[in-house]
Design a protein around this ligand. Structure first.
Ligand code: UTP
Length: 293
């Protein structure tokens, strides 16, 4: 029997240097898209896919993320006293159940691979999902749900991928595609941040993974890769020698909210989806496009 994917890891310990000064005293994952922090979108996507336990690998300023997933009695009481039951219910809905969260610390931001390794004792010997909250993906069903279908069929390790223009490829992990369909194909190569001429395809790893726990052993060597960081892609390359990796070319639109442009575009896209905002925002955008100081 295939082991169910019950646990998800959310690495939230990066420095977010591309978003300074906003990220000086606040984690990048608390940046808001319309009115919800990025981390909430990732948790909602994981919950929709059947995840039952949420592991946050935090760094400095961890308090604000922990508080976000905790009850706030004073606020709740005030909302109820003022008859704001809709807002109250929304806060309740967003919370994981008691005991469903774990927080661990990555004391130094040594790279994504290292952040994942920090969760090894909490995850134990189970397959797990890994979601990078700054890669926000608008999709129905959510990308992790799309990947779960592939996992149920194929087991092993599953990676969400999408196409990008060749000139942008060097910012991402890239996979080589062998046989199969868009919904599930065999990955035969993986490389982190390749030069465009060395990239095996134009398919990038989009911040969603389902991985087998053996990856923790491979990460324990703490070998540094591209950019001097301990990269998850390097450990996955090693794991590929022993286990299958399936690629899922998901249906959805990614916003790389680690970049200013992606973050701004995400805010517009998600706001245009809200009925109360849509028309007024369209007018604002039209005004702004004609506005000159
Ligand atoms: P990024 O490389 O996009 O984030 O990591 P960063 O390093 O914080 O951002 P910049 O490049 O300085 O602007 C992707 C995800 O992995 C986490 C980040 O928090 C983000 O969610 N991460 C990265 C860690 O948890 N620890 C690390 O050492 C590195």
């Amino acid at each position: 029997m295939r082991k169910k994917v019950r646990i998800a890891i959310f690495p939230v310990a990066g420095l977010g240097t591309r978003f300074l000064p906003a990220t000086k005293s606040m984690p990048k994952e608390m940046l808001t898209i319309v009115d919800k922090p990025l981390i909430q979108y990732a948790v909602d996507e994981a919950r929709e896919a059947g995840i039952e336990h949420f592991v946050f690998v935090t760094g400095r300023n961890k308090g604000v993320i922990e508080d976000h997933f905790d009850r706030h009695f004073e606020l709740e009481t005030t909302l109820l006293e003022r008859g704001k039951t809709k807002e109250f219910k929304e806060l309740q809905r967003d919370l994981p159940q008691p005991g469903q969260t774990s927080f661990t610390r990555q004391q130094e931001p040594l790279g994504l691979g290292h952040a994942v390794w920090c969760a090894r004792d909490i995850v134990g010997d189970e397959p797990f999902a890994l979601l990078l909250p700054d890669m926000l993906i608008k999709a129905e069903p959510g990308v992790l749900s799309q990947m779960m279908y592939a996992y149920e069929k194929n087991g092993g390790n599953i990676i969400a991928v999408e196409e990008v223009a060749k000139e942008n490829i060097s910012s991402y992990g890239v996979v080589g595609r062998a046989s199969g369909t868009d919904e599930a194909f065999i990955i035969n190569e993986m490389v982190e941040k390749p030069a465009p001429e060395k990239a095996p395809s134009n398919l990038i790893i989009s911040g969603r993974y389902i991985l087998q726990p053996h990856i923790f052993d491979l990460l324990s060597s703490h070998k540094r890769g591209a950019g001097g960081e301990i990269q998850i892609t390097d450990a996955m390359q090693k794991l590929m020698r022993e286990q299958d990796f399936t690629g899922v070319k998901f249906k959805g639109r990614t916003f790389d909210c680690g970049t200013k442009l992606g973050f701004l575009a995400a805010n517009i896209a998600y706001a245009l989806d809200r009925e109360q905002l849509r028309e007024k925002l369209q007018k604002e955008i039209a005004n702004l496009l004609n506005y000159r100081l």
